[in-house]
Design a protein around this ligand. Sequence first.
Ligand SMILES: [Zn+2]
Length: 95
Amino acid sequence: MADKKNNKKNNRNNKNYDDDFNPRFKKQKKKVCPLCSDKNFVLDYKNIDVMKKFVNDKGKILPRRTTGACSKHQRDITIAIKRARAIAILPYTQD
Ligand SMILES: [Zn+2]
């Protein structure tokens, strides 16, 4: 019994255990807002190529964790996408 208890303690104290096997603690690269980092980047709702970057293949607006945009620019992006949808450049849905 005593030996088993000691083994458990050792496993818990082993630092490599958490780092190697638990994917929640993997180091993630911090994303930089594409609009803040590039000053020449123009968010134009009439430009399809730019707008398609922020929409997935189903036509949904990508979340901030995927685009990496800051909250201010994510708001601008959603407004631009909705404008593009209204003038039928981008689809509302896609199967
Ligand atoms: Zn930004």
